[in-house]
Design a protein around this ligand. Sequence first.
Ligand code: EZ4
Ligand code: CO
Length: 409
Amino acid sequence: MKIEKVEVLVSSPDRNFVTLRITTDDGLVGLGDGTLNGRELAVASYLENHVAALLIGRDAHQIEDTWQYLYRGAYWRRGPVTMAAIAAVDVALWDIKAKAANMPLYQLLGGASRTGVRAYGHASGLDVPELFDSIRKHQALGYKAIRIQTGVPGLGSVYGVASSPTVGGKRYDYEPARRTALPVEETWDTAAYLRHVPTVFEAVRNEFGPELTLLHDGHHRMTPIQAAKLGKSLEPYDLFWLEDCTPAENQEALRLVRQHTVTPLAIGEIFNTVWDYQTLITEQLIDYVRSAVTHTGGISALKKILEFAAQYQIKSGIHGPTDISPVGMAAAMHLDLAIHNFGIQEYMQHGDATNEVFIQSFSFEDGYLHPGEQAGLGVTYNDEAASKFEYQGAYLPVNRLKDGTVHDW
Ligand code: EZ4
Ligand code: CO
């Protein structure tokens, strides 16, 4: 079964997506997600100009060999652009292999280890009443686990969430990239944040009780000692995890955080290989691996990272914001269903236009996702619908302290 056609599809239904479509000589079609939020065309160009021609004529069944060929063969290893491009190829080939086997992809990954995949959603509000409202809406959708993000008094925005979460009944359409000529600039004050967040969690626990699973994302904004302080101050509210508490480049920073708090730690949405996790996993400095299938070289690579993590009782928490396309989400769900050390799956909901372009077979019931039983990933790409939504440049915000210093976003 040879690869005959490779297409790089860029469309912008609700937001920008980069999709790779591979067709074999016997007519099987596979999809892969290569979306890198705010830098989409870099991956599209990498695939178009440097990868597509290498794939023509290759045996579509040789997934591992193709992965190694693209990773080692480029000489320049790692990095989000390279790894998103390799992920797109890897996932498209898994989709094809599963279609050739006439099985849903999770069967090829070892079969189902559970009946459904527990998901968490994102509740947010500029103040506590708005946040409570958002939590109730998520509960009404079935979510049993909810990430809590809130405005900090004196700062105008809530980071990492939609600018207008419920406008027109649509959710998170531009989350959190905006289609502006220049990135939006936001203001940050870590001390105010550290004072405020525990009061919000206290209010949420008082209102919603002990059983609701709560998560929080620090978005790399703290130093290790600040993160340690936050972890400690959140202990009474029993978080499922505190995510990305410090900048992710320095794995050693987590040692200090870990010494001071028993709040579980999750990290890795901006990581792209197992090497980013080496110290974190072997020293058991984290509890959850946050990588996306899309940004870490695909199913082949993330499965290896998760199996390595499993030896240290570390579980999965695969990244699933709206900038992971429905193709990347489907890949995550198949992997979630199959691996033993599943933890939780992030699931924000895509908008109507996205669902028009990507025809999907997954279900979300009573807080649990399931990828469905269609052969392959269970996603098809509607070219006609996609042609209505042209690429538009979009940026994630840039963050500054009150004195103008650029800070981590
Ligand atoms: O801000 O995916 O945990 N989820 C997140 C995301 C990220 C975006 C960045 O592209 O932090 O919402
Ligand atoms: Co995050």
